[in-house]
Design a protein around this ligand. Sequence first.
Ligand SMILES: [Zn+2]
Length: 142
Amino acid sequence: MSRSLSRADEPGEPATDWHTVQRRIERLDEAVTIAQRPLQEELQALLDDLAGCSFGSLADNTAAANAIRFLMLRLEVRVECPREGCHEASLIRCRPAGRTRHGSFEFEHRRNGRLSTHAASTKLPALKLVPAPPHARRKQAK
Ligand SMILES: [Zn+2]
């Protein structure tokens, strides 16, 4: 943090070489990707332990789904929708549905630009982590 970059907008000052800075940024970006991996593996292990679980109330099921969803967003991962022929990268959610007492877990994803859900279940389904789609990870690019 101590090295200051030269300011290109001041007369007489040399311009900062973007390509040098870009390399540093790319190294940082790669380091973030590497740092995420063990945490993604730990989340997968947690999800494996929770497969088939219900937390016994709509409030707790919703809290669990939201907490898992939040971690997935932070770690740039999604879960694969288990629906035959779909397999979209999804986020998990829980909401009140039909006759379910404690809500229903669902896979939420965009298909053809439309938000949709698949595979509703009263128990937390087996969740397989997959990378977040590139458009979600690189919103600022280009
Ligand atoms: Zn699906």
